[in-house]
Design a protein around this ligand. Structure first.
Ligand code: FAD
Length: 456
């Protein structure tokens, strides 16, 4: 049977764009539908605009630290509208590049919503109906707001990027990385921030030392972090909102930002009707090659809820093309994915947390922990009372570094390179025989001599 397309991709975000371009470059006839803007979450309302706001918000700490280094900082003011406009220009520029690159590769673009009509048929909101040998679902995820009274008053990360007015007081609800990053952004830009999280420690899933050092740093910088605290209702209060929490306290704020998790974008696109199996959270179930329960349908990225990060979605998209169009079955590798959290202070992490390694201790012949929590040189003159953390989780059996964790200045940049070493299977002794770069904070990674006692 002749198909209109060899591949039809639903969703022009990180995973979909990469797969569409690579498949088209390999000679396949490729169609792609995007219902919003090219680049997807990462470019339009995720990593990129967030990092721009992180940069903007980091000036506060620089201003605060400057006097210790001899500077007198004059009057300062911040213009949210100017920042948003600059951010929007940059995102429009990036989106245009995405669109241009797809077209240059020969991908046929449909600026419309798409859904699956049957395992080889796609329909689009602009009236299109196409047959495709393969369909790739790369529809990403969307913020999830729990049902509480007044939930409709809450905004999510999506809206925060484009607020018409900067909120002087904001409640950030949640304890995951997006909540913590936004708490830091808003605090750095001058808002009064209260962060409400029902768990007992922020950044669940990260190494416990990371969680402690970040929480202390965030509090030290002025975020009012309240753990063990849930929101029970949100009501309008004049121009703002009154948030009630599970301890009966009321907080009056200008905005309530919910960052309590994301859910896969798998509804209303014909998946169940076509026989595509979904998991309990609505994620598309896939095998190691990103193939769904329907052989002609594949899925990559956040909609599969594996490791929800842009570079991972890109790798999954590339592995899919290699498998289906390159004749070389390739599984995306989800092990030891380095990642950063752009909290203030910043986190870089790769591999296992101490708790994960201890849970599989037998396999490693026991686990050794090397840790240094210290005042970095930068803080000596600035007077900032904030610690840095470097930590290595080491397998006793073969001395391999199972996990490497950094909190503090340039942690994200540091972990990209430490990630290479961990991925290569570096041992603790490989770290030790690497000469320190002095004076840096990262040199602590190669000068950790004594493991912490087991009981610590
Ligand atoms: P997406 O990028 O979400 O793309 C999906 C696309 O599909 C969207 O453009 C959507 O409009 C489109 N679409 C959906 N349904 C349809 C349909 N039926 N028809 C047509 N089009 C459709 N990751 C990092 O690695 N580092 C970070 O620092 C980072 N920061 C983040 C910050 C925030 C605030 C958020 C929300 C996410 C962040 N992420 C970060 C995660 C990252 O953005 C995602 O993992 C990544 O974008 C997933 O790519 P994807 O291709 O699966 O989906």
């Amino acid at each position: 049977m002749a198909f209109d397309f060899d591949l039809f991709v639903i969703g022009g975000g990180s995973g979909g764009v990469r797969a569409a371009r690579l498949a088209a470059q390999s000679g396949a006839r490729v169609g792609l539908a995007e219902e919003h803007r090219y680049g997807g979450t990462c470019v339009i309302r995720g990593c990129v605009p967030k990092k721009l706001l992180v940069y903007a918000s980091a000036f506060l700490a620089a201003f605060e630290d400057a006097p210790g280094y001899g500077w007198t900082v004059g009057d300062r003011s911040f213009d949210w509208a100017r920042l948003v406009a600059a951010k929007d220009r940059e995102i429009a520029r990036l989106e245009a590049i995405y669109r241009r690159n797809l077209k240059a590769a020969g991908v046929v673009l449909h600026d419309a919503r798409a859904w699956i009509a049957d395992p080889h048929t796609i329909r689009t909101g602009d009236g299109g109906r196409f047959s495709a040998r393969h369909i790739l679902v790369a529809t990403g995820g969307t913020p999830f707001v729990p049902e509480i009274p007044g939930a409709r008053h809450a905004i999510t990360s999506n809206e925060t990027f484009d607020l018409a007015e900067f909120p002087r007081r904001i409640a950030v609800v949640g304890g995951g990385y997006i909540a913590c990053e936004f708490a830091g952004i808003m605090n750095g830009l001058g808002a009064q921030v209260i962060q409400l999280y029902r768990g007992d420690r922020i950044l669940r899933g990260f190494d416990d030392d990371i969680r402690d050092v970040v929480a202390a740093g965030m509090s030290g910088r002025g975020v009012d972090v309240r753990v063990g605290t849930d929101v029970t209702s949100i009501e309008r209060a004049g121009e703002g909102y009154e948030v009630r929490d599970s301890h009966g306290e009321r907080h009056v704020v200008d905005q309530v930002l919910y960052a309590t998790g994301r859910k896969p974008n798998s509804g209303g696109i014909g998946l169940a009707e076509a026989g595509v199996a979904l998991g309990a959270r609505g994620e598309i179930s896939v095998d190691g090659f990103s193939q769904t329960s329907v052989p002609s349908v594949f899925a990559v990225g956040d909609v599969t809820d594996r490791v929800n990060l842009t570079p991972v979605a890109i790798r999954e998209g590339a592995a899919f093309v290699e498998t289906v169009f390159g004749g070389n079955p390739t599984k995306p590798d989800h092990l030891a994915v380095p990642t950063a959290v752009f909290t203030q202070p910043e986190v870089g992490t790769v591999g296992m947390s101490e708790a994960e390694a201890r849970a599989s201790e037998e396999q490693h012949g026991g686990v050794e922990i090397y840790r240094s929590r210290f005042r970095p040189m930068y803080n000596s003159l600035s007077g900032r009372d904030e610690d840095m953390l470097v930590k290595l989780v080491v397998a006793k059996r073969n001395r391999k570094v199972l996990g490497c964790h950094v909190v503090g200045q340039a942690a994200a940049e540091t972990i990209q390179l430490a990630g290479v070493a961990v991925k290569m299977g570096a041992t603790k002794e490989d770290f030790d025989r690497t000469v320190a770069v002095h004076p840096t904070a990262a040199e602590e990674l190669v000068t950790l001599r004594v493991p912490v006692a087991d009981a610590e």
